[in-house]
Design a protein. Structure first.
Length: 260
């Protein structure tokens, strides 16, 4: 360390010895050491102590922060009546031709598609798939048009009986001859077996509830509940859908926050 900028130096101490003798030499050296200690203390005052390192972002600290776990990978596999069969050939053909996907986006394989509803007209209906446990995608194919949307489920939820109520869709996909085309409503119930039905019977003008279940490799199940109601008709907002055991009940026409 250089001494050229300090208030006293070794040469100063030597000068005191030759000029003033022993006692003056002691006093000079003490003063010099005192000044040096003061300067050293002042220079190190803003430096953090070595015993207090800055906190690090280790994996343990991020794991304890309560951040949601990554979504369970998919895709989910349709079960039972939701599985595509030879009778759905025209519906799948229409899906391939009408459900246009953006360039570069992966197109779900037929084995990943769950048939939610089969329309009265061949080649029409509703299909869904789940690329992971937090996302479901829906394609509705009608005679005049098709509609494709993906929706997010709540990332933090109870593993049993979680319900996601979707907003009615699609609009204006029915026949031009229909005065009140049917609007599709889709709800998702997690890890709860059916059958499901309206609590006090199917409301007037509405269609019965239909079910389609998919399962992830872990065993987690998601059941899609679909029902339709004519557009322009007053929806019975108090209508509820329940499982047979009444373990799960929810209002059929009040969308979940994540589905809006």
């Amino acid at each position: 360390m250089a001494f050229e900028n300090w208030p006293c130096s070794p040469d100063d101490g030597a000068a005191m010895i030759s000029a003033t003798g022993g006692w003056a030499m002691k006093r000079g050296l003490l003063a010099c050491v005192g000044v040096m200690l003061f300067v050293v203390t002042g220079c190190t005052e803003d430096t953090p102590p070595l015993s207090s390192p800055a906190p690090s972002s280790s994996p343990a600290s991020s794991a304890s922060s309560g951040s949601p776990e990554p979504p369970e990978p998919g895709p989910a596999t349709p079960l039972g009546a939701a599985t595509v069969t030879a009778k759905d050939a025209k519906l799948i053909e229409a899906y391939r031709n009408k459900a246009l996907f953006p360039q570069g986006q992966a197109v779900p394989a037929t084995s990943e598609l769950a048939v939610l509803r089969r329309g009265r007209t061949a080649g029409t209906g509703d299909l869904a798939w789940m690329p992971d446990a937090n996302t479901y995608c829906l394609v509705s194919i009608r005679e005049r048009a098709s509609d494709r949307q993906c929706f997010g489920l709540a990332k933090e939820r109870k593993p049993q009986g979680y319900v996601h109520v979707g907003r009615g869709a699609p609009h204006d996909l029915g026949s031009q001859a229909e005065l009140h085309p049917l609007v599709l409503s889709v709800s998702v119930v997690e890890n709860t077996s059916g059958p499901f039905a309206y609590k006090d019977g199917t409301p007037e003008h509405a269609t019965p509830v239909q079910e389609a279940t998919v399962r992830f490799p872990s065993g987690r199940t998601m059941t899609f509940l679909t029902y339709e109601f004519p557009e322009g008709i007053n929806i019975p907002m108090e209508a509820e859908i329940c499982s047979t055991s009444r373990a799960v009940c929810f209002k059929a026409f009040e969308p979940s926050a994540a589905g809006q």
